[in-house]
Structure formats: C-alpha cells, structure tokens
Design a protein around this ligand. Structure first.
Ligand code: PGA
Length: 246
C-alpha cells in the first residue's frame, strides 16, 4: 500500500523530523508498504538528506505560480529541486485557506508539468441523505482535471478525505463499508474522466482520522490503495503501530 504521512504543521522541529525520517526508513524496509513523507516545506531538504533512500517525499502544497516576482511562494519546480516526487494538491485545509476549484486545477497542472505525482484531495464537508455530497466529489474531480491532458490524468492519485472525518480520533473516521462505496464511486467518475484511456484503476487513498485501530478494517473492506495519514504519522509510536497493523 501507499502510505502518505502528511505532517501538516505538527512537525516544526528538525530533530523531530529527522527521527521520523529514520523511523520511516526502517518501517519501509521491514514492511512491503511504500512510505511517502510530506514535511513542511522548510524541512524538506533536511529530511531528504543525501544518497539512496527507501522512502519518497511530497510537497504538502505547491504554489499556483511558476516563478518570478512572487515573494514567499514555493513552486513545483523548487519542490522537485528539493527532492520531492509527489505533491499534495487541494487539501481541504488549503481549500479552506482560499484554494478555489480553478486554483486547484492550476496547481495540479503545474505539478504534472514538473513531473511531480499529484495527490489530489477531494472530500465533502458533510453528508446529506439525498446524496448531494456525491455531486460535490464529482465536481472537485472534474474541475481539478480540467486543464490536464488525458495522458496526465492517468497519473493522478486521488485522496478521498471527507472533511468531517479529518483531525479526530479513530471513531471520527468513515465506516469501512461507506468507504468501500465511495471508492467505487470515485473509480466510476475517474473512468469517465479518463474516457477509457487506461487499463488500470486509479490509485485511491483514504484520509481522515486513520489510526492503528481502524486502518486494517478500512483496508480490508474497501479497495483503497493506501492512506493519507495526518496526526498519527507524526508520533513514532502511533505511526509504527499503524504500519504494523497493515
Ligand atoms: P488526520 O489528517 O489523519 O489527522 O485526520 C488527515 C489529513 O488531513 O490528511
């Protein structure tokens, strides 16, 4: 499975970051899972270090600009230079901070143009009995992929992260059968957007209060290809336990 550790702003200290990198390298060697770390941008260089490594790195977000007179922006190209292979795009915390649907589409395009593998986050803020939340997911996917070529669309990883499930304890996570349903729905929408141009299923991750206590059932019941883990990925004990459960 693909396990993406989204450190958010939980990790601010170099020693904490280095300890999590060493742990992740050990866990990647002793499990069959692929571990991708998404540290805060200023810590990426320290985490990346030098030489061959068993883990990969991701940006938590990239700039909507491509360079030039844009103070404070961290572009896709700069992340590639710093050693990132992936980029989280459209996380709900970035959408809340102002990333509109067109901004997310633009960022996705920049990531792909620089050869970063985008991890596109989609998720509804609440569920309604009429199922209108499904339209919200469809709209987020359709709009994000609007500027991409058919070929590029096949390289997008989707992370389904219902906003109501993020940042809680294991009880806040989605129920495994609801996740299974949602994965099928996202597969269907992606198949439409890919116009049958690929033979493989898209990679779909789940994020939102994933812990050692719920990860195994979520993995078993649904067809997710992995998890986007926030808070639990920043604590050595909890991250180790989660990987061992898988
Ligand atoms: P959480 O965050 O695991 O802390 O709920 C997941 C995410 O927002 O990516």
């Amino acid at each position: 499975m693909l396990i993406v550790a989204n450190w958010k702003a939980y990790v601010e200290d170099v020693e904490h970051a280095k300890a999590l990198v060493s742990l992740s390298k050990r866990l990647a060697r002793s499990t069959k899972h692929t571990i991708v770390l998404a540290p805060p941008a200023p810590l990426l260089g320290v985490c990346r270090g030098t030489g061959a490594t068993t883990i990969a790195f991701s940006a938590q977000d990239i700039s909507v600009t491509t360079g030039g007179a844009a103070t404070g922006e961290a572009t896709a190209q700069a992340f590639v230079g710093a050693g990132a292979t992936y980029a989280i795009i459209g996380h709900s915390e970035r959408r809340k901070a102002g990333d509109t649907l067109p901004v997310v589409a633009e960022k996705l395009r920049h990531a792909l143009a620089q050869g970063l593998i985008p991890i596109l986050c989609v998720g509804e803020s609440a569920r309604d009995p009429e199922g209108r939340y499904l339209n919200a997911i469809r709209e987020q996917l359709t709009s994000a992929l609007e500027l991409c070529t058919q070929k590029d669309r096949a390289n997008v990883i989707v992370a389904y992260e219902p906003i109501w499930a993020i940042g809680g304890s294991a009880d806040s996570a989605i129920r495994p059968d609801d996740l299974a349903e949602m994965v099928l729905y996202i597969q269907k929408v992606m198949a439409e957007l890919l116009l049958g141009n690929t033979t493989r299923h898209p990679i779909i991750l789940y994020g939102g209060s994933v812990e050692a206590s719920n990860v195994r059932e979520l993995a078993l019941v649904s067809h997710v290809s992995g998890f986007l883990v926030g808070r639990a990925s920043t604590d050595a004990g909890r991250f180790t336990a989660l990987l061992k459960e898988l």
